[in-house]
Design a protein around this ligand. Sequence first.
Ligand code: TXA
Ligand code: MG
Length: 351
Amino acid sequence: MMKTKMIFAWKDRENAVREAAEELRRGGLVVFPTETVYGLGANAFDAEAVRHIFEAKGRPQDNPLIVHIADMQQLADAAGEVGDTARILMDTFWPGPLSVIVKKSARIPDAVSAGLETVAVRMPENELAREIIARAELPVAAPSANTSGRPSPTLARHAFEDLCGKVPLIIDGGPCRVGVESTVVDATGEVPVILRPGDITPEMIRKAVGDVKIHHGIMGEAAPEEVCASPGMKYKHYAPRAAVTVFTGDKKEVAKQIDFRYHIDSMQGKKAAVLCLDECAAFYPQLRVFALGAGAAEAEAALFRTLREIDEQGFDTAYFHAQEEKMGLAVMNRIIRAAGHRVVAAGEEKE
Ligand code: TXA
Ligand code: MG
């Protein structure tokens, strides 16, 4: 077991940046904050260092990583040719929670791109993240800093729970502002294609570029021949230990269905929780309610933390009262995966 050091950036920012940069330069792994979720970073030029990321997370080798940069000078380290569409997206949304897929530079090893000719690049909005990357003078390959299959970490404590003993350094920069991972966009063609929804919405991208497509694997289960578009689609993600079921439809119908399921589950001695927006909390006087806030931004920020709390508190079952319009695509995409695609359309007769 490796000794894991934790540095609190608000106490000693200068030291946090220096030690993180040194660790990256010597080929080590560093957990660092971003505005989306905590990342598990390594030198993106160093195939050996990158292999340690996969080991620490227990992540399948064929799922490529996102390369993080601090400024536009570093773009050429990671990317080859950058087309007009990609350029507009970068100009509009960076620094920020958008990963742009472009042709990769020859310096990025296959360990990062999983053998693809492309690479996902992102310039995070989080200033501590950019300071660390700039000080290291390296592009940083980083997936989310969770054990594969667990909800992504939005607090340093979550990363510590999953990776203690497996990484040398964790930088605690406080809670992540956004709370769900970046929007991933394939910008190798003229029309950008969203492969993973996030805080940067399809509407925002359409406004910037004029057009956008949403990969249909985002909500449904992607067919095998489609997963090569984004290998991340084929894995069950964000899974808490509790069995999650998503309920959609008219909110009164959903409340009736959840109440019915609650009675069945409690007869079997199961401990059940409900996740919903604040406005629906009053429907569930008998249940332990985890209110996710008023709308999409608050629900994004609360989602992964809440999924971890549900496990910590030993719930067997979690009902998710979905309000797609208000919660947004990013939250719906994450919860449907956490539920292993168990979705009940309330009012309809079949699961
Ligand atoms: O917000 C985020 O993006 C966080 C923070 C740390 O920046 N990182 C993150 O990384 O979520 P990760 O590895 O958990 O997710 C990367 C996603 C995967 O779904 C992967 O399949 C996709 O991006 N991806 C990466 N490179 C790709 C490529 N060249 N082509 C298609 N998909 C790619
Ligand atoms: Mg991840």
